[in-house]
Ligand binder design. Sequence first.
Ligand SMILES: C[S@@+](CC[C@H](N)C(=O)[O-])C[C@H]1O[C@@H](n2cnc3c(N)ncnc32)[C@H](O)[C@@H]1O
Length: 338
Amino acid sequence: MPTRAEAEIVERFTDRYRRCCGEPVLAMEHEVLGSDYGSTGYTTRAQADDLAAHLRLRPDDRLADIGAGAGWPGLYLAAKTGCRVVATDLPFAGLRRARARARDDGLAGRAAFLVATGPRQPLRPGAFDGVVHTDVMCCLGPKLSVLRACRRLLRPGGRLAFTTIHAAPGLDARQRRRAHRAGPVDVATRADYPTLIDRAGFTDIAQIDVTRDYAATQRAWYEANERRADAIRGLTSDAEFARAQADRRRTADAIAAGILRRSLFTAVRPRQGPTTGSRGECSRGLDQLRGTAAGEPLDDADEVRVFEARDEEGPAVRPPLVGADLVSLGLGVRTAGC
Ligand SMILES: C[S@@+](CC[C@H](N)C(=O)[O-])C[C@H]1O[C@@H](n2cnc3c(N)ncnc32)[C@H](O)[C@@H]1O
């Protein structure tokens, strides 16, 4: 069963992924980020190129994009570098968009999609050359568990690169509360990110401050929404539009006050050191997936297309098939140690 926080994320983002890929939302994304995948974050195209460079992705490398949403930036990175990508997230609606985009972009044989929660990735440990996630850590609670899951996915020497929004260091309690109110739902952390990344077992940790770009994109989202206010209200409601714009203003004010930041972090899984948790338990997790009605058979061959979450398009068949996928292939699967 999903945790309550996971269920809330599914609800919150499903709506957004249902709306993300029609006009005028895609037009705004293109204007603000330079992408057109249905992003719900702040990663600009230039930052996606930076992520590719930090990950040193090469053709046929394996990349995991955690919290991949509608496929940005994982699918872009696959198209740009020739790598293969497994995109995982909780809301099926985003992955469905991502899968359609992969087909349109001719990536069908190089992209796979999996409903899975951040801390429990039912994928083969050590199978990935790179792991990426963008603006995911600030949306979930178990941050150290997710970073550990990323480490387990990576081969020795494999690289992690991610962006996240976070409170500035050195704030007093009142400023911190304000930063947390102004940021995404789980922006608060128990320790700073370099400490968390270190605790998760990474080395070569680097932090690049991208707050200036964050301020610009936040402002640009606000202005783009204002210009298309009627169309966006039509997709949501007057109240929802007003609330979202007020949130954007509050966030922009907090960034301008220097209390909210966004950073790009990079790190490497050490070549030496303990391997990836308990392989026995991971195998049991994979066995659970093997043979499920909706999933393709999993094997331990060098095949990155581990599993493609499937449903038939359209609401008529959606409840039983997607429901079964969510339960048997993501939220219900416990892969202790994976
Ligand atoms: C701000 S969106 C970013 C999506 C995409 N990476 C992008 O940049 O457009 C955050 C994503 O994190 C995902 N997420 C939140 N909590 C999660 C969890 N516990 N496990 C997996 N994904 C999660 C959400 O479903 C959402 O797609």
